[in-house]
Design a protein around this ligand. Structure first.
Ligand SMILES: NC(=O)C1=CN([C@@H]2O[C@H](COP(=O)(O)OP(=O)(O)OC[C@H]3O[C@@H](n4cnc5c(N)ncnc54)[C@H](OP(=O)(O)O)[C@@H]3O)[C@@H](O)[C@H]2O)C=CC1
Ligand SMILES: O=C(O)C1=N[C@H](C(=O)O)C[C@H](O)C1
Length: 251
């Protein structure tokens, strides 16, 4: 049985994961962590340091501010971490990479396998269609606290890798005179209860290619997180991503 600590347990992703775990025969949540504690199917504590039972993995969908304590706990108890929290600064990413020297750490800004394929495809298109303009549009629910989305940044970073001189431009002022060829424009929309939508638009001379991915239920993202948890529990310390998971599934 894989014993899970769920960080951000009272949140939208936390609740979706908790519901999904109920139907998994090989997994159980032993404790949750959130800003406010709660009693329920499992205890939710307001500090991860209050948890006494040993877990096999921590699954985190919370807030970048949670990362420091979460990693301190994970390192001192040698527990692998799966995190999908977005809005991370460079310092947070370095913290994850540093922790990965001691424990297995899985990070993905999007837990959908479909989005991983979209990233690969976008990179290929950006390489071949090197003179096409690239614009990324992401749409999410009105409760999302970070913008642009982690996925939009991941898409832009993958495209930047194959486009020398390219720069991201967030919230571009629409009154600009002319589009700079090196820009990768990122546009964020927040409305209603949209779960998550990403579009990459490649605009060329007389033709446009658009790749889009739409999530209509968080169950997709929760299922991806549980796949990641199963994937890293027995792994050696290291930094793992969706590429490692997809490679393991397709061999
Ligand atoms: N990688 C992926 O596939 C996905 C990533 N995400 C990301 O996951 C994160 C959570 O998303 P979502 O569930 O929608 O957000 P929610 O706001 O619904 O849930 C986050 C929960 O974490 C709690 N929280 C805040 N700070 C801490 C802390 N220091 N320790 C423990 N818990 C804390 C929040 O409490 P309070 O409300 O009181 O602040 C809230 O209950 C976001 O960064 C989001 O972008 C979301 C979906 C998929
Ligand atoms: O906050 C969300 O909801 C989501 N966040 C992730 C992101 O920032 O890319 C992934 C997904 O789109 C849902």
């Amino acid at each position: 049985m894989i014993k899970i600590i769920l960080n951000g347990a009272r949140g939208k992703m936390g609740r979706t994961i908790a519901e999904l775990v109920k139907s998994q025969e090989d997994m159980e949540i032993i404790a949750g962590v959130d800003v406010v504690g709660e009693k329920g199917d499992f205890p939710i504590y307001n500090s991860i340091f209050k948890i006494e039972e040993k877990a096999d993995v921590i699954v985190d969908f919370s807030n970048p501010q949670a990362l420091d304590n979460l990693l301190r706990y994970a390192l001192s108890h040698r527990v692998p971490v799966v995190t999908g929290t977005t809005g991370l600064e460079e310092s947070h990413r370095l913290m994850l990479q540093d922790a990965a020297k001691t424990i297995p750490v899985f990070y993905s800004q999007n837990m959908s396998l479909g989005v991983f394929l979209m990233v690969m495809l976008s990179q290929k298109l950006a390489r071949v269609l090197s003179d096409f303009d690239v614009e990324i549009v992401e749409r999410h629910h009105n409760q999302k606290i970070d913008a642009p989305s982690g996925t939009a940044i991941m898409l832009a970073e993958a495209i930047k890798e194959v486009r020398s001189g390219a720069e991201f431009v967030y919230s571009r002022v629409e009154k600009r005179k002319k589009r700079d060829k090196n820009e990768i424009g990122i546009h964020s929309i927040r409305a209603g209860n949209l779960v998550g939508e990403h579009r990459v638009i490649f605009g060329g001379e007389d033709e446009t290619i658009e790749i889009s991915h739409v999530v209509t239920s968080r169950k997709v993202l929760a299922a991806g997180a549980l796949k990641a948890a199963r994937f890293i529990v027995e792994k050696a310390p290291g930094y793992y991503t969706m590429k490692d998971l997809v490679d393991s599934l397709s061999c």
